[in-house]
Write a protein that binds this ligand. Structure first.
Ligand code: NAP
Length: 519
């Protein structure tokens, strides 16, 4: 039943040069080209082995920049999940009792290996998602390595609570691994977000059954090879590839998986919550957003304009934290709009593998169509397309059938229209003027989502005042996407339940147990 110990078996014999010299760009390019030609099959990783789905089915894995399938990914089902759970259960007995120092050493090795292979992973992420190679190289892959490094060291510095009950007893709290964690992630930041779940789950002594998005499975599979090389014991991490209904749903419904960490859309999050509630699973839900960017008249526009352009269009606007509703105080409204459009128009849309590209492809045809639908809707709702709105005409021959869209700026929309309330998750932003602090706080909060916001002002008192009143899990002031792994991360309202990051993650992936000893 077991296949060879390789995720992408036909490739392995062709890439020793890449393995030996990870930063050799010529070798990496050859590797990518080979992937593009060969139609490799991405298999599941179960019990430390790469195995084909039981039913033997595969799905095409499309490169968004070309619109062409370039590999295949396992189309697994509940039988594969069952095997992964059995492997995770068997591994739990040993891994949960492995000393924290040893778990830490293995996770640090994984971090080192991710960094060693940064070029290869960045290229694979760029091909799989359509994101610019430069972004994968500077954000996705380094942050994935940081996630492993952070939790590898965090477990060496934990504290436990103790409570003395007068002269009667001493209580102390053990935080023990919970068992098997189900980890489900989306396509926008594939390795980055998956590692944000895998690292704390296994660092705490749990074992894991993970499902990446079927649209972007490649780097999850490459991570398994690195875990193997780092000597992560078999069965501690298991990856099952396939669709949400066929793999995600069996994971959330499995009675032996008692912890679910999910990142994805709000509609799917609701299904996950419904599946988990009757089984009383511990659940963390990181869901969608419709994030406000607020620019006051006293803001430093030299920082606010590039900051807002980045927060609007990073990863083609496909970051859950992207600001898609910009509110600008009226005295500087026209200046801001002119500066914002000028800077956005300079973003180079094109082949994600070109070093000069700022904006790559949208992840899929379905997602591109959804974004186009909202651009149409915005015009019906009274909006004016001030920039973009259609495909760019500068795409190279290789990418002529890819899923590209110009960064799009819309003005003149009513605050409460659908375009301003529903998550688009693409390179589309609206800009609206406001007249007072009270008014803009009401606009920011007039939304079902509550994930993140950014506020641009040089008035410190106003920054504190506004940040306190906005209903989002994160408020950035004069910055965006600035990351500290110790802080709680997550959303309010329909943006989710629970928090990830730092101690929040360590608490989520452990079970507190109080031990009361009579004096
Ligand atoms: P999605 O459609 O909700 O999918 C997320 C994951 O859930 C995918 O792996 C998906 O598999 C799986 N899934 C689908 N149906 C399922 C089911 N019934 N049971 C269990 N799993 C199921 O989201 P997406 O389109 O991939 O990602 C975009 C969304 O993610 C946006 O809404 C964005 O805001 C959100 N997001 C949130 C955060 C955050 O931290 N809050 C971060 C990133 C993204 P398939 O791929 O097969 O559908």
């Amino acid at each position: 039943m077991w296949a060879r110990k390789s995720a992408i078996a036909p490739l392995r014999k062709n890439i020793p040069a890449v393995r030996a010299a990870a930063v050799d760009n010529a070798a990496v390019a050859k590797y990518t080209d080979f992937v593009a030609r060969s139609g490799v099959r991405i298999n599941n990783y179960i019990g430390g082995r790469f195995v084909a789905p039981v039913a033997g089915n595969y799905l095409d894995n499309v490169e968004p920049a070309t619109g062409e399938p370039y590999s295949q990914v396992g189309d697994s089902d509940a039988q594969d999940v069952e095997r992964a759970v059995a492997a995770a259960e068997e591994a739990f007995a040993g891994w949960s009792r492995t000393a924290a120092a040893e778990r830490s050493r293995i996770l640090l090795r994984i971090a080192d290996l991710i960094e060693r292979d940064i070029e290869k992973l960045a290229r694979a992420e760029s091909v799989d998602t359509g994101k610019p190679l430069s972004l994968a190289r500077t954000l996705d892959i380094p942050r994935a390595a940081s996630n492993f490094r952070f939790f590898a060291t965090a477990i060496l510095h934990t504290e436990t609570e103790a409570h003395v009950t007068d002269n009667l007893a001493l209580n102390y709290t053990l935080r023990q691994p919970r068992g098997i964690a189900g980890l489900i992630s989306p396509w926008n930041l594939p390795l980055y977000l998956l590692s944000w779940k895998i690292a704390p789950a296994i660092a705490c002594g749990n074992t894991a059954v993970a499902k990446p998005s079927e649209l972007t499975p490649m780097t999850a599979s490459m991570l398994c090879e690195l875990c193997d090389e780092a000597a992560l014991p078999a069965g501690v991490l298991n990856i099952v590839h396939g669709t949400g209904p066929n793999v995600g749903a069996p994971i959330t419904a499995h009675p032996k998986i008692n912890t679910i960490s999910f990142t994805g859309g709000t509609v799917t999050g609701r299904k996950v919550a419904e599946a988990c509630a009757p089984l009383f699973k511990k659940v963390s839900l990181e869901l969608g957003g419709k994030n406000p960017t607020i620019v006051f008249a006293d803001a430093d526009l030299n920082a606010a304009i590039p900051g807002a352009v980045r927060s609007s269009f990073a990863n083609q606007g496909q970051v859950c934290l992207c600001g898609s509703r910009i509110f600008v105080e009226r005295p500087i409204y026209q200046n801001f709009v002119d500066g914002f459009i000028d800077k956005t128009a300079k973003l180079r849309v094109g082949d994600p593998l070109e070093p000069t590209t700022d904006q790559g492809a949208i992840v899929s045809k379905t997602q591109l169509d959804k974004v186009k639908f909202y651009i149409e809707l915005a015009q019906q709702e009274g909006g004016r397309i001030a920039l973009g709105g259609s495909a760019p005409d500068t795409i190279n021959h290789r990418c002529r059938s890819g899923y590209f869209l110009q960064p799009t700026v819309i003005t003149g929309l009513p605050v409460s229209c659908r375009t301003n309330r529903e998550e688009i998750f693409g390179p589309v932003v609206s800009i609206t003027p406001f007249d007072s602090e009270e008014e803009v706080v009401a606009h920011a909060n007039d939304c079902d989502y509550g994930l993140a916001s950014s506020v641009w002002t040089q008035n410190l008192s106003r920054a504190h005042r506004v940040a306190e009143q906005i209903h989002t899990g994160t408020v950035w002031v004069n910055c965006w996407l600035l990351r500290d792994l110790r802080v709680p991360f997550g959303g309010m309202k329909q943006s989710g339940v629970g928090r990830e990051g730092g101690n929040e993650a360590l608490r989520f992936f452990t079970e507190p147990k109080n031990i009361c000893i009579a004096k």
